[in-house]
Unconditional design. Structure first.
Lengths: 248, 283
């Protein structure tokens, strides 16, 4: 939901998704090319600055969205930072701290941060609706796109159904005790299963009534200044890649 | 005048696979260019009737005729029918499945196989008609119930149907939104689109419709011109519907000689202005 809000509320909402996608891919490439941790960190910083000051995504919100993946990154770094060794000499376990020194850990952390910021840039500035339209123009198979469209819409329909049912249960003390909670969750699941079935059927009927024959076709949105924006994004992306290559 | 009949149901029967009777010998005619209100209790078969009109269901008995021709249930025939008869569902979440408003409205016309440029133009027109153009790029789930309803109507309008069917369009709308929706419907009627809508509100039907159809138990029990509603007390009573309060009040005022017998107000506002214009002394 937080990502949704940013994607619709940022300054670059009207910029063609092609430009934003290009910049995002460019920074991803830069993140992979950068071998030095310092270079990767610089790429990450530049992309974050672009997102926060360019697209006007609030820094606090950016941080909140970035926190969960950063947590995973921390876990990954920890596993790299020490290794467990079954030492046959004394028959016990030995823990080695930093077997290969700090370099691989820092490299992983900095690169991942750069890649993460590149993806977050795209996610926080481009609504999924636009992304799907972009992927359609890139000739991604229709089946995948249809699944994306339906999943995205269904996500909201079902979260609403889930929320409504839960509220109705809570209003009648369905979650008052742990035992009741378990019971209510059970009936919630059963009820949602039926609802999903019903809704899927209803949607199919409604699609037929508008003359659908199986394939979904949608109109592509039009963007002003898309050439200029793509050029600017291409310039930004190549600067980042150049930076990563020269600072090897 | 058979040429004026746009849609005709002749003794149509349909029973759902689970045994529920949907329609049981339903006959009904919709005249071209008219405004029709279909009134019936819940479960009377209104939705089933609508799904027959759009070719979603096929009658097990009887026949549905569109523009004088029996409906052709082949692929091409259904395609032609669904381009002519637009159906707006009662629950907007049943109908909307695209991520954004513009996408959803474009769904129908693209299914008709129209050119991209024409579709783009039609989508803008349809969104204008329901005053939803500023919301074109919004995701559907961010809209209010009333807005979703209007997007549903736009999605069908963009297919430029000749007969627009709306399943309880007023349900769940507040007063202001009802007034807006009515203005939209009036605009469509002025363009020559035939309208058929289901409602529970007999006062609204009397005020708005040209012709009223009553439904009960899967059959159309009565159909009359809305102006003749005061003479159809028996039919209303049989469908367990009250006579509109306006009719009762008007009768009383005529009986008390406060209004002339030849006046027939269809809306409360009309009655009030007739009363204020009347020179009778209320004392």
């Amino acid at each position: 939901m937080l990502i949704e809000q940013c994607a619709y509320g940022n300054r670059w909402r009207r910029v063609t998704p092609a430009a934003k996608g290009l910049f995002s891919i460019g920074s991803l490439i830069a993140a992979f090319t950068a071998t030095q941790p310092a270079t990767a960190a610089l790429v990450a910083l530049l992309v974050v600055i672009t997102t926060v000051f360019g697209a006007g995504v609030p820094a606090a919100r950016f941080l909140r969205v970035a926190l969960p993946p950063l947590g995973f990154l921390l876990l990954g770094c920890l596993t790299l930072a020490y290794s467990l060794d079954v030492a046959p000499a004394n028959g016990g376990l030995a823990v080695h701290w930093l077997p290969a020194g700090w370099t691989p850990v820092l490299q992983l952390a900095a690169r991942s941060c750069a890649a993460l910021s590149a993806l977050l840039f795209l996610a926080l500035t481009t609504p999924l609706v636009d992304l799907i339209a972009l992927l359609r123009r890139l000739k991604l198979p229709e089946v995948l796109l249809e699944i994306m469209v339906l999943c995205y819409r269904m996500l909201f329909v079902f979260s609403e159904a889930l929320h409504d049912t839960r509220t109705a249960q809570a209003a009648r003390l369905g979650y008052a005790t742990p035992a009741l909670t378990l019971r209510s969750l059970g009936s919630l699941t059963a009820n949602l299963t039926l609802q999903i079935w019903q809704r899927a059927h209803d949607l199919n009927v409604a699609a037929q009534s508008r003359n659908n024959d199986g394939t979904f076709r949608f109109l592509e949105p039009a963007y002003a200044n898309s050439r200029r924006d793509i050029a600017v994004a291409g310039l930004g992306a190549s600067t980042l890649i150049l930076l990563a290559v020269t600072m090897r | 005048m058979t040429t004026d009949v746009l849609l005709e149901f002749a003794d149509v029967a349909f029973r759902y696979p689970d045994g529920n009777a949907g329609l049981a010998g339903c006959s009904l005619t919709i005249a071209r260019g008219s405004r029709n209100a279909l009134i019936g209790a819940n479960g009377a078969g209104k939705t089933t009737l609508f799904q027959h009109a759009n070719g979603l269901l096929k009658p097990q008995q009887g026949v549905v005729r569109y523009a004088g021709q029996p409906v052709d249930y082949s692929r091409a025939g259904l395609r032609a029918l669904r381009g002519e008869v637009g159906l707006v569902f009662q629950n907007p979440d049943q109908q909307l499945f695209s991520a954004s408003v513009r996408e959803d409205v474009s769904f129908g016309p693209l299914n008709l196989g129209l050119d991209m440029a024409i579709v783009r133009e039609r989508v803008e027109q349809a969104l204008q008609a329901v005053s939803m153009a500023p919301f074109a790029d919004r995701p559907v789930h961010n809209l209010s119930f009333g807005q979703k309803k209007r997007v549903c109507i736009a999605g069908v309008l963009a297919m430029q149907p000749r007969l627009l069917i709306l399943d309880e369009p007023m349900a769940g709308l507040d007063h202001a939104m009802r007034a807006e929706l009515l203005a939209v419907l009036d605009g469509l009627h002025a363009q020559g689109i035939t309208l058929l809508l289901a409602t529970h509100d007999i006062d609204f039907a009397y005020r708005w419709a040209d012709r009223i159809h009553l439904m009960a138990g899967g059959r159309c029990t009565a159909a009359f011109d809305a102006a003749a509603l005061p003479d159809n007390a028996d039919a209303l009573a049989a469908a367990r519907l009250p006579m509109p309060g306006l009719v009762e009040l008007h009768r009383l005022l005529v009986a008390r000689k406060l209004l002339p017998t030849d006046s027939q107000p269809r809306a409360m506002g009309e009655l009030i202005s007739q009363l204020s214009a009347s020179e009778k002394d209320f004392q």
